[in-house]
Structure formats: structure tokens, C-alpha cells
Design a protein around this ligand. Sequence first.
Ligand code: SF4
Ligand code: SF4
Length: 313
Amino acid sequence: MHRYLSSESDKKSHMKGTIFDIKRYAINDGPGIRTTIFFKGCPMSCLWCHNPESINSKPQKIYEKDRCIGCLECIDVCPEKAISLTGQGMNTDKNCVRCGKCAQICPSEAIQIAGRRVDIEDIIQIIEKDILFYDESKGGVTFSGGEPLMQADFLCELLDACEYLDIHRAVDTSGYADLPVFKKIIKKTDLLLFDLKMINDEKHRKFTGVSNESIIKNLKFAAEKQIDTIIRIPVIPGINTDDENIEKTGCIVSSIPNVLSICLLPYHDSAKGKYRRFAMKYGLPKVVTPNNFQMESIAGKLRSFNLKVNIGG
Ligand code: SF4
Ligand code: SF4
């Protein structure tokens, strides 16, 4: 019997949220062994996003014609009669309610549903399976995305449940949120994994679709509240690797005493295939992965600000 689910706690809730993945035994999303919950929905549109399936806040249906073997089982199983056979393969119309029945029955995985609605108890059941691992490795649970702060009420409930179970809580965020929402979340967070993409606001708008004003404000607010923070920087050649950006990043981050370290994450384009599946255009077709020399050079410049810098997760 699960500790939280079997408890007399009146904290149990039937609130629902939308996630697109759960990763158990994660070792790059905070200290120790962790379970990472990936929330669906993101207000930003970074050109290098590795999880295009995370951007839309609703479950999405994907169809890959090349995989389809034409068995027509999806047509038979659909309760809404929303699928039909066309010259382009299986077509889904507006009556689709994203129930996922066609994806479940499809023998070749030509249909998949990215994202699912879950309630607090669905997640807690999974989290509770690995409590022993968290305890032994000083790990815990990380809430990531997408942008988890977009589902702030759902996130709050999960953070409360983890507190009840005495599980370490990390939140991996872009920091792009209204201050009241950010305040509410960090009160319940043991460790912030805070993405800092670039300091120049004009460039930030150009490459992510939003201003970084609230991001920098929120980072400073977390500092005032002395929340342990790890800064995560995606290193994208030609986008945020210029000396001016590195210099300004070093200045801002070194002025924040609660920053434990910076993680430099080398850009890679392994998500390109996902963009094809979601019929989305990949924004950085010509950018290549930074080499070790480039990564070490940036790390060295940031270390000159007396910061602890790691390359990778
Ligand atoms: S169930 Fe899958 S393989 Fe069969 S027709 Fe539908 S999409 Fe194609
Ligand atoms: S997700 Fe459900 S409603 Fe939509 S096409 Fe598939 S079976 Fe039909």
C-alpha cells in the first residue's frame, strides 16, 4: 500500500494536469536518483527546443503514414467516428476527443498521442515506487517540462504531496512566469533548476519569443529568498556564445549568492526527427554541436567569476 495514498491525509486531490512523460532513475535532473515529471505546455518558443511535444498544452495526436500498415483497426475502435481513410493515409477530423484508443490499438505505432491527463494520485503512485532509491542516493523528484509553472496549481499540489512524503523537490523552470506564481512555487521548492538562455533582451525575444525581464526578476527574487539554485545554460554556437553574453551572464550569476553551480548544456540537434513527426519546422537547421574546446572555453570564462561550472547535466 502506498504511503501517501493509504494515509488519512486530507491533502489527496482529484485535480488533473497534463504531462507528456515520466522518467524514473533520472541522474541529470538534480542530485541523486530522481523521478522527473515532464509537464506539457510552454509559453516560450525557443528555436532549439528539444521537446517540441512539450510546447502545446493539450495532448496531441501524431500520425506517421510511413508506419501505417492499413489495417483500419483505428477506424473500428474510434468511438467518435473521427478517423477516415484518404489518399494521404488515415485522416482525423475535428470530432477527435484525444481519448487515445486508436493509438492503443494501432499495431505499428503509426498513431501516437503525445501527452495525457493525469491526476495527483496517478503521479504519486509512480513517485512512491522509488522512495528507497531517493533515500539512499539523496535524490528526489524533479518537475520539468515544458514549463511546469504553467500548471501552477497542479504543481503546488504535487509539491505538497512530496513534502508530506519527505521527498526532495526540484523544479526545472525557464523562470518565465508572473511573480505571484513564481513566489507560490518557490516556497514549496527545495532546489531550483533555472534555465538562463541569454541576457540581451532583444536577442531573447528573437530566439525564444518572449522578453527575459520577468525571468531575471524572478531569478533575483529566488536569491532574496535564498532558494538553492542551479543555473542551466544551453550552449548554442552563434546564438548565446558571444563574449558579451558570457560576460553579462557571469556578472549576474556571480551576484546571486544562492547559486550552487552553473551547468553548461551543449546544444545538439537530436530532436530534429521529432519536429518532422509533429509537422513543425526546426528553427536551427545549420547550428552544430559545440566541441569540447568551445565548451571548456566558455566554462573557463564563467569560472573567472568565481563560479562553479560543470559541463553537461
Ligand atoms: S490502426 Fe494504425 S496501422 Fe492500422 S490503419 Fe490505423 S494507423 Fe494504420
Ligand atoms: S484519439 Fe479517440 S477520438 Fe481521436 S481519433 Fe483516436 S480513437 Fe478517435
